[in-house]
Design a protein around this ligand. Structure first.
Ligand SMILES: [Zn+2]
Length: 92
């Protein structure tokens, strides 16, 4: 799948995260990239396809990349929590 490299951006407006569907508040940082997609309809009713712009919370993109998949069903995933993952192991 063709896609541009994801870059960290500061939101000028509020957006919806493509991964979890939660709001990306204005002035917060998010990951943005563009890719060629099949057509799909967003939760706000807007149908998009072809070259489309994707926006995710940084932790959501990280989750997506961790899965190693190239496609995903938009706005149907849980937003990863930054808390709850306490890895305090010390390496000797
Ligand atoms: Zn998200």
């Amino acid at each position: 799948m063709l896609s541009t490299e994801a870059t960290l951006r500061k939101a000028r407006n509020s957006y919806y995260c493509d991964w979890c569907g939660e709001v990306i508040p204005a002035k917060s940082h998010y990951m943005r990239w563009q890719q060629i997609d099949d057509t799909w309809t967003r939760t706000d009713g807007y149908t998009t396809g072809g070259w489309s712009t994707h926006r995710m919370h940084p932790e959501c993109l990280e989750k997506f990349l961790t899965r190693g998949e190239t496609s995903f069903r938009p706005q149907t995933h849980e937003r990863p929590t930054k808390d709850g993952e306490s890895q305090d192991k010390q390496e000797g």
